[in-house]
Design a protein around this ligand. Structure first.
Ligand code: BES
Ligand code: ZN
Ligand code: ZN
Length: 502
């Protein structure tokens, strides 16, 4: 799929050629000079006239009309060299790859050196190319009897680079590509409807990952879940005809099973709300309620590809949240695996219940740090909108590492506070240790506070992706639908993780 070349020449044949164009006063050099000369100096004129623009994210396409080996050239506006960030580069590359895929070419080349700045070297650029290429080519096939047209996409991408060692550039390209692919896997899981992705299907998916990568899989069935006393998880499953699955994947990248990172993902394959039933408008789209599980599995795929020297245990509680004569109800009191009892005030606040037992179980598996990811509350959308993941923590140094990773991955997050006043609301029940829904005021925060009760003293970060797991509109790096958000953040976080000395 990826080819590599050192020298660029005007005669090299390509269906499409991608060249970065910075807004700089100097004369053209490198491939730009070659293009300008092939066009008898007309590129200079086109840039002056604004027909070819160096403005950030402007894309200008030229046909070479036989004057060069490349049939079409896409000039990618990069703005001022000093101002270009890695995130912008990844986005703009996504935009141009999308455009080329849309024009049905199957082959293209990128002149990598045209994207370099003092801050961004060949390896950064190669990573951005690999990641943007995978992400922006994603499409969910769907289930139509006839697809409109056979998809045509770039199959061969040639990289021109002479700025660095070929092996290193190829490695960065592959790493970027792995990040994109893992995210795409997460997207497909989220886009799959609830009738075709049950807890059992999700468990099979995880088992397949374990067959492909050096993971140990442990899938707990209902009798084992019962034996372990996971009453909170079981309550949510109670109304379902689908058996619950507690899915565990272990990856050991260190000699000793110490400094274990626990990644916990909400795996509700469909959320009706239960007896606190959702509205007919609010229920549509609830197949995406396993977005946290998808992000964890996507990250595990990347981890399996890159094999970092870290220890990871992924824990995914999976079930749907249904109604039947057997379903759990408001007022029910349930006992979690930790022993803490919970008064159910709202069966639609089911995510925190399944996560409670998953967090406890992750600790049983030796997790010394916890990150949970969940499409947990509509409240986070009210608070932060649909472009920013809500975060909470009981330990700032851990949050800082997650935040760093999110910035590098280009996935926005913002911290919400965890004050004693909100912990008190969760602890307020006349009959049990906790209640699962103390009212709608700041309910993204109380949901996080509830989960924190089960993390207890273990450093923990909570990520609420209810707003960010899907996108209504297409964007530079993907189509409308599932975004695969937090897949790359989690994988980067794991890769870069440094144990924290308390
Ligand atoms: N799965 C929902 C949260 C959600 C909302 C995800 C919108 C994606 C988009 C969650 O289980 C839920 O229903 N939360 C309730 C909590 C409330 C009952 C305290 C909510 O946010 O309204
Ligand atoms: Zn719910
Ligand atoms: Zn839910």
């Amino acid at each position: 799929m990826f080819e590599y070349k050192n020298e660029f020449s005007a005669a090299d044949k390509h269906e499409g050629l991608i060249i970065g164009l910075f807004d700089r006063p100097e004369k053209f050099a490198g491939p730009l000079k070659i293009v300008d000369e092939s066009f008898d100096g007309q590129l200079t004129d086109l840039v002056k006239a604004g027909d070819v623009s160096a403005k950030l994210k402007r894309i200008s396409k030229l046909h070479s009309l036989g004057k060069m080996g490349a049939k079409r050239i896409w000039f990618v506006g990069l703005g001022k060299e000093k101002e270009l960030t890695f995130d912008q580069l990844r986005n703009v590359l996504g935009k141009v790859f999308k455009e080329i895929n849309g024009s049905k070419l199957t082959e293209a080349a990128v002149y990598l050196d045209s994207f370099l700045t003092e801050e961004l070297d060949s390896l950064d650029a190669a990573h951005a190319v690999g990641e943007a290429f995978a992400l922006s080519s994603y499409q969910f096939e769907g289930y139509r009897q006839k697809s409109n047209e056979p998809e045509r996409k770039i199959e061969t991408l040639t990289l021109y680079s002479k700025g660095a060692v070929e092996e290193d550039v190829r490695a960065s390209l592959t790493v970027g590509y792995a990040f994109g692919k893992g995210t795409n896997s997460a997207r497909s899981l989220v886009n799959t409807p609830g009738n075709l992705l049950t807890a059992t299907d999700l468990a099979d998916y995880a088992a397949n990952l374990a067959a492909k990568y050096p993971f140990e899989a442990e899938i707990l069935d209902k009798p084992e879940i019962e034996k372990l006393g996971m009453g909170a998880f079981l309550a949510v499953n109670q109304g379902s005809v689908e058996p619950p699955k507690m899915i565990v994947l272990k990856y050991q990248g260190k000699e000793e099973w110490t400094d274990v990172i626990g990644l916990v993902g909400k795996g509700i394959t469909f959320d009706t709300g239960g007896y606190s039933i959702k509205t007919k408008a609010g229920i549509v789209g609830m197949k995406t309620d396993m977005g946290g599980a998808a992000a964890v599995l996507g990250a595990m795929e990347i981890i399996g590809e890159l094999k970092p020297e870290q220890n990871v245990v992924a824990v995914i509680p999976s079930t749907d949240n249904m109604i039947s004569g057997k379903a759990f109800k408001p007022d029910d009191v349930i006992t979690s695996m930790s022993g803490k009892t919970i008064e159910v005030l709202n069966t639609d606040a089911e995510g925190r219940l399944v996560l409670a037992d998953a967090i406890t179980y992750a600790k049983h598996h030796g997790a010394s740090y916890l990150v949970d990811v969940a499409t947990l509350t509509g409240g986070v959308i009210t608070a932060l909108g649909v472009n920013t993941t809500g975060a909470m923590t009981n330990y700032e140094p851990l949050y800082e590492q997650v935040l760093e990773a999110s910035m590098e991955a280009g996935e926005q997050m913002w911290q919400l506070p965890l004050f004693e006043s909100e912990k008190a609301r969760v602890r307020n029940s006349p009959v049990a240790d906790l209640n699962n829904s103390p009212g709608s005021e700041g309910h993204a925060i109380v949901a996080g506070a509830f989960i924190g009760e089960f993390a207890e003293g273990t450093p923990w970060v909570h990520l609420d992706i209810a707003g960010t797991a899907t996108s209504k509109k297409e964007y530079d790096l993907g189509p409308a639908g599932a975004t695969g958000v937090m897949t790359r953040t989690l994988a980067l976080f794991v890769e870069r993780f440094e144990p924290i000395k308390k």
